[in-house]
Design a binder for this molecule. Structure first.
Ligand SMILES: Cc1cc2nc3c(=O)[nH]c(=O)nc-3n(C[C@H](O)[C@H](O)[C@H](O)COP(=O)(O)O)c2cc1C
Length: 157
């Protein structure tokens, strides 16, 4: 059976949704079984059975997660489930115009998941909306490296 990967999406204006759709296509073409899940409807229990997750989140406010990710983030922070069977990667969207809080939405999830015992594979992708590079293009390139360089050995271990 092919490895399932849940793409958890936190977004305000849809860029992270587009990234998730294109990344899911790449994952499917590489033989994985991607599932896109909006953070809006996600509960902390989604991590309960372990597995592989890709957190795709933009940044708003003062370095916060987007509105539709707030409830999930708060629930994880309050209930502090044991995520030691969870493997994850991070695609963080932001803009260097916001110097002090660049990509902190995705990076806040990264810190919290690590605190809860989950294992991150690979370095987070940090996309800068002011760079001129399309987030979905960078993410598709990143995920190919993530799969072949870091995720495959982590799953096999
Ligand atoms: C009101 C507003 C606040 C933002 N705050 C931040 C921020 O603090 N840090 C950051 O890196 N990017 C910030 N951004 C940039 C967005 O995270 C970035 O444009 C992202 O690609 C949007 O993705 P989305 O369409 O999935 O929400 C902000 C954008 C807006 C419109």
């Amino acid at each position: 059976m092919s490895q399932a990967i849940t793409l958890l999406v936190g977004t305000m204006t849809g860029t992270a949704d587009l990234v998730a759709q294109e990344v899911a296509e790449v994952l499917g073409s590489l033989g994985y079984s991607p599932r896109i899940q909006s953070m809006e409807n996600a509960q902390a229990g989604i991590f309960g059975s372990g597995g592989v997750f890709l957190v795709i989140s933009s940044t708003y406010g003062n370095g916060d997660v987007p509105d539709n990710a707030q409830a999930l983030f708060a629930q994880l922070a309050n209930e502090r489930p044991d995520l030691t069977r969870t493997i994850y990667g991070v695609i963080a969207l932001g803009d260097t115009t916001y110097k002090a809080t660049f990509c902190q939405g995705g990076l806040k999830f990264d810190r919290l998941l690590t605190e809860l015992g989950a294992t991150r594979v690979g370095e987070p992708l940090l996309h800068n909306a002011s760079s001129g590079d399309l987030a979905e293009d960078m993410a598709c390139e990143w995920v190919r490296d993530w799969i072949s360089g870091e995720l495959a050995p982590a799953i096999a271990a």
